[in-house]
Design a protein around this ligand. Structure first.
Ligand SMILES: Nc1ncnc2c1ncn2[C@@H]1O[C@H](COP(=O)(O)OP(=O)(O)OP(=O)(O)O)[C@@H](O)[C@H]1O
Ligand SMILES: [Mg+2]
Length: 182
């Protein structure tokens, strides 16, 4: 069973994945698979980043992981993989996300683009196009440690991915943040 772990850059996908792995849950990285297998369909010149070939990635993960035991696939495009059965989205308040992305050394434009996307629920909107609402879980990580986020994910695993009210989608509304001058 494949579970997508997605979220805007900086929301903690990789940090949480490392901890999940330590706890014995297998996690694969969408970026690593894409690079290793050449599933790159182009270069986004404006953003100086690789464009992932989602179709090929989806076929690959379907063939290799979909029918087996629980595996997480992490990456900010993981919610585009419809071979996943469930999606966990990590969310982070735009103010906090801004600090994290600045710390990463990202330029002002790239930081702004991503915190606006987080404020406007862009990844959630994309995910609901591919998945039924009750297959999507949202975790607000703004005031959580990496350990506590991993515990929330373990809670979701242990309840067999049945909907849990506190992780239902639609609870987060950071739309007002868009009016702030980032
Ligand atoms: N809940 C948290 N509390 C404190 N620091 C955090 C938290 N989540 C992430 N961080 C820190 O923020 C930074 C970005 O996290 P991380 O690299 O895991 O994000 P990501 O979602 O994998 O981003 P990308 O999509 O760019 O790969 C790291 O330095 C990480 O340690
Ligand atoms: Mg990452």
């Amino acid at each position: 069973m494949l579970v997508a772990l997605s979220g805007t850059p900086g929301t903690g996908k990789t940090a949480v994945s490392n901890l999940l792995q330590k706890k014995g849950y297998p996690v694969i990285s969408l970026n690593e698979i894409a690079i290793k297998n050449g599933f790159i369909s182009g270069i986004d010149k404006k953003r100086n980043s690789k464009i992932l070939d989602i179709k090929k990635l989806n076929e690959y993960v379907y063939k290799n992981y979909a029918s087996g035991d629980l595996v997480f696939i992490e990456g900010h495009a993981a919610h585009f993989l419809n071979s996943a059965e469930k999606v966990i989205l990590l969310r982070c308040h735009p103010e906090k996300l801004k600090k994290r992305l600045e710390k990463k050394g990202w330029n002002k434009e790239k930081v702004k683009e991503n915190i606006e996307a987080e404020a406007l629920d862009v990844i959630l909107c994309e995910a609901v196009e591919y998945f039924p609402e009750d297959s999507i879980f949202e975790i607000d990580t703004s005031n959580k440690t990496i350990e506590s986020i991993s515990e929330s994910i373990v809670e979701i695993i242990k309840s067999n991915f049945k909907p849990i009210k506190k992780y239902n989608i639609g609870k987060i509304d950071w739309s007002e943040e868009i009016f702030k001058d980032f």
